[in-house]
Write a protein that binds this ligand. Structure first.
Ligand SMILES: C[S@@+](CC[C@H](N)C(=O)[O-])C[C@H]1O[C@@H](n2cnc3c(N)ncnc32)[C@H](O)[C@@H]1O
Length: 266
């Protein structure tokens, strides 16, 4: 399990139907990383970003990256941007519980629009994990992040790649086209060709993917069974089943995920 349980359990068991919060009740980091790899990536960025501690998370979800930075790095300050109001509400409650609410600012906004604005003060770490689609892809995400980045800072980008060539079933299951991703080597080549240098990275393992997907589908199915008379119970159970089938009969072993810590080499 990843993350803190107390605030999470409230949403996993409550009657209100908030699909995103229920699917991430057991795994609030919305990416296939175990706690250890998540902390290693964050430490690589925070400890090697010019000594500063200002962090921006574009597409922050429940803000687990900022929250963990704020609790682990004294004097750090974080900004999170996401369009999902319920995820931000969860993050605010969790920030209060952890006693870091005064160092976290959350914006309900489109990340690309937010990043297009000149920052009042640039950030030492800019994250975009699992949300590059909001910028139109990997390289446009890096271009947007660089506008927010202080000299010597790090960008953390989490992106999918093809572990092997996807067949039509996989593409169908993901609603993807082959050009959405490349293989891992080509993904890194694209990044370095744009003058970004990977200074650390983590490639999600099969185990991390499995835990992530079992948590996602399991907590949603559990919620449906626990609230059989809820108007969304049927939909929740069907969504869990459809997602599980898309994963197990589709993209498991084909879709990979890499989280890179990058320095601007220009
Ligand atoms: C896969 S989740 C990753 C969340 C978070 N980065 C993490 O690692 O836990 C993708 C997030 O991007 C957000 N998102 C999608 N499109 C967005 C947009 N245009 N602007 C801001 N956030 C967006 C979603 O609401 C969701 O919270």
């Amino acid at each position: 399990m990843v993350g803190s349980a107390s605030a999470v359990e409230g949403y996993g068991t409550m009657r209100r139907y908030s699909r995103h919060l229920i699917t991430h009740a057991d795994h609030p980091i919305a990416a296939p990383l175990h706690g250890d790899s998540f902390r290693a990536v964050l430490a690589a960025a925070m400890n090697h970003s010019g000594g500063g501690k200002r962090l921006l998370d574009l597409g922050c979800g429940q803000a687990m990256w900022p929250l963990t930075a704020l609790t682990g790095w004294e004097g750090s300050f974080a900004v999170g941007v996401d369009t999902a109001a319920d995820s931000l509400e969860w993050a605010r409650a969790e920030a209060s519980r952890l006693g870091v609410a005064d160092r976290l600012t959350l914006h309900e906004a489109d990340a690309a629009r937010f990043a297009a604005e000149e920052p009042e003060e640039p950030f030492d770490v800019v994250l975009c994990v699992g949300a590059t689609h909001a910028f139109g892809g990997l390289l446009s995400t890096l271009a947007a992040a660089s506008r927010q980045l202080a000299p010597g800072g790090c960008v953390v980008v989490g992106e999918g790649f093809w572990e092997r060539e996807p067949g039509p079933d996989v593409l169908d299951a993901l609603g993807a086209v082959p050009g959405d991703y490349t293989d891992l080597g080509t993904t890194v080549d694209r990044v370095t060709a744009a003058d970004w240098e990977p200074v650390y990275a983590h490639t999600s393992t099969r185990d991390e993917w499995d835990e992530y997907e079992w948590c996602w589908t399991g907590s949603l199915a559990r919620w449906a069974l626990d609230h059989p008379d809820h108007p969304h119970a049927g939909e929740a159970r069907e969504t869990a089943a459809a997602h599980r089938a898309a994963w197990l009969h589709g993209y498991r072993g084909t879709l990979g995920f890499v989280t890179m810590v990058l320095r601007d080499a220009r």
